[in-house]
Design a protein around this ligand. Structure first.
Ligand code: SF4
Length: 487
């Protein structure tokens, strides 16, 4: 479980800013990812066309989401994939547990005394439901097989980026982790040797694991196909070697047609890592069929809601669900690139985390995250599906202060950031601003008493200079200027 919490965002951000090694690691990694994306979208017209198409597909699929989910279930079931629905993390974990407990002959692992081994490909939804921790309570080991996830699992750490989970570590730190946890490891900063070491450790585990777990990038309703994008080959191993494959994904990942996948795949890989395509692209349509030599004997698909329906109910917040989890908004965010992912205290950090986490966790816990943005717009400019992240942040800031009204569906935790003092001040300002004579008297008076304004204004002046009203208001200056022109 993460030691970071969204409620402690301010302190966690301050700690991250005070860590020069962390800042150096992130700066280097983000510069690299930004330049990779830039070269993948060298032609602005092509970039616009790819983004237009990806946005249109995601919008269409979301418009039809309820019927597409039903179609997906029908076609997956016809293909032999067992479909499960989970309203929240608890239900999703219960489904995992029930499947694990149905495995007929669990093999005992003498080293850990755990009864069953699940080997996991990269899946942010499994992080969302805290799968590893929940399964460990039942003597089930969940071993990460994505190299970045494997490194942070050894450290008891959590991902700091949605596609590069160990990006907060440099080569030396990875070597230190391996030295601490792996027998017979010779410290090195050679990346190939480090990767080789990790792979050797994992190879045997693929053969002995009873269950393979993966995420899903696109679930195709038309054909009942689960698409998985990856670069390491571990996703293919997880989905083909163990006897049981469990895929877990959010309900928004469904797409209508098989032909929707290539444009989204292209937008995803270019935005994420600057690749035209990834090394592996897996399409899972059924369990092993009679006569086939490999593949899992059973495939399960868990479709998780966990707050996504709340986002779906409102046309504006529904846009959040267009996300294809490329991470580009994070790589270009001036806040994320300085503080990294852990400071947010949520599974999804950065700009996408700020707009999705309030639906998953409620606004009570995440109200500080929605204000942690300068609204510079960099995230919205690079998002391949054109999610208007800055305006969604403004919407969430507004809702965090807004009393729930009966005629519309309030967001969870709505009004949690409301402050009586602030609301009285805004009401007073509104009254003044609506009465020109009061406003002019106020600005004239403020100019006269400006020298008595305090230099220390609590949190406001922690990293800013206290504002001083101008000696003469702009209105008065313009009036004087007009008089001068007329004379
Ligand atoms: S919000 Fe856009 S840029 Fe950010 S991860 Fe999602 S698709 Fe990528």
């Amino acid at each position: 479980m993460s030691k970071f919490q969204p409620e402690h965002f301010h302190q966690q951000a301050a700690d991250a800013l005070a860590d020069p090694q962390l800042r150096h690691n992130f700066r280097g990694a983000m510069d690299y990812l930004q330049s990779k994306r830039k070269s993948a979208f060298a032609d602005p017209q092509e970039e616009a066309a790819i983004r237009d198409r990806a946005e249109a597909i995601r919008r269409r699929c979301l418009r039809k989401l309820p019927e597409l989910l039903e179609q997906l279930e029908t076609n997956c079931t016809a293909n032999g994939i067992q479909v499960h629905w989970a309203e929240n993390a608890k239900q999703a974990n219960a489904i995992f547990l029930a499947i694990a407990q149905s495995v007929a002959q669990p093999v005992s692992n003498p080293k850990t005394n755990h009864a069953l081994l699940m080997i996991k490909g990269k899946s942010m939804v499994s992080e969302e439901i805290n799968l590893n921790h929940e399964m460990a309570k039942h003597q089930i080991t969940c071993l990460e097989s994505d190299m970045g996830e494997y490194i942070i699992q050894l450290d008891g750490d959590t991902p700091s980026h949605i596609i590069m989970p160990a990006i907060h570590k440099n080569k030396q730190q990875v070597s230190d982790t391996f030295s601490e946890h792996l027998d017979h490891f010779t410290p090195t900063t050679d990346v190939d040797s480090l990767i080789r070491t990790g792979r050797q450790q994992l190879r045997e585990k693929f053969r002995t694991a009873q269950i393979g777990v993966s995420g899903v990038n696109f679930a195709v309703a038309e054909t009942g196909t689960l698409c998985l994008v990856e670069n390491e080959g571990n996703g293919r191993m997880c989905t083909t070697v163990p006897d049981i494959h469990i895929a877990v994904t959010g309900i928004e990942k469904v797409v209508e047609l098989l032909s929707d996948v290539p444009p989204l795949y292209s937008a995803l890989t270019r935005s994420a890592t600057g690749q035209a395509i990834t090394t592996y692209f897996n399409m899972i349509s059924s369990p092993r069929k009679p006569g086939e030599l490999d593949g899992p004997k059973a495939v399960h698909l868990i479709l998780l809601d966990n707050g996504r329906s709340q986002a779906y109910q409102d046309e504006e917040t529904r846009q959040t669900l267009q996300c294809i989890r490329c991470g580009a908004c994070m790589n270009h965010c001036p806040v994320y690139t300085r503080i990294g992912g852990h400071a947010y205290g949520t599974v999804y950090p950065g700009p996408i985390g700020k707009i999705i986490s309030p639906h998953l966790l409620g606004l009570e816990a995440t109200q500080d995250l929605v204000t942690a943005s300068s609204l510079c717009g960099a995230c919205g400019e690079v998002c391949p599906v054109r999610i208007p992240i800055p305006s969604l942040l403004q919407r969430l800031r507004h809702d965090a202060k807004l009393p729930p009204e009966q005629e519309h569906q309030p967001l969870r935790g709505q009004q949690s950031a409301a402050s009586t003092t602030e609301s009285m001040m805004m009401k007073a300002f509104a009254t003044v601003a609506c009465h020109p004579s009061v406003y002019h008297t106020g600005t004239w008076l403020a100019g006269k008493v400006r020298h008595w304004m305090p230099d220390n204004m609590s949190n406001w002046t922690q990293c800013r200079t206290a504002p001083k009203p101008a000696a003469t208001s702009l209105h008065h200056l313009l009036k004087q200027k007009r008089k001068g022109t007329q004379q």
